[in-house]
Design a protein around this ligand. Sequence first.
Ligand SMILES: [Cu+2]
Length: 155
Amino acid sequence: MRWYCAMLLSAGVTSLWAQGTVTLHGFWARPAGKAIPSAAYGVIHNRGTRADTLLEAASPQARRVELHETVRDTAGRMRMQKLERLVVPAGDSVVLRPGGLHLMLYELQQALRPGDTLQLRLRFAQAGWQQVQCPVGPPPRLRRQPPEMPHEHRH
Ligand SMILES: [Cu+2]
């Protein structure tokens, strides 16, 4: 009986992992006037054991969100083109950044100003809908750090 329970347990764990575990890190959005598209960037990490695929994106603050890649055309100019899906390999990350892959937000409800927050939802084939809050402004690395708290030593 014990081996049977162990098997059930491991089957349960396996199916849990098979759903795929996608996490979103360091997301931010570019400030934009109401009539100008904005763009959102960040890192999509897949901790699962299976590849997952980003299928669509949405935001309550924009009528349409598209996944774009930046490519160099035959004349050597950089331009953007729409991607229908984006595969995130198992145990790997995909980086969305200016000049590369990004999410483009069209028809904003309101201008996005530095300090605002953009709500973004990404739908993955395995992980389903994932929500992320994107601060509007410069990328997180360039943002000024809050004043450091006095050091506390605990032992
Ligand atoms: Cu674009």
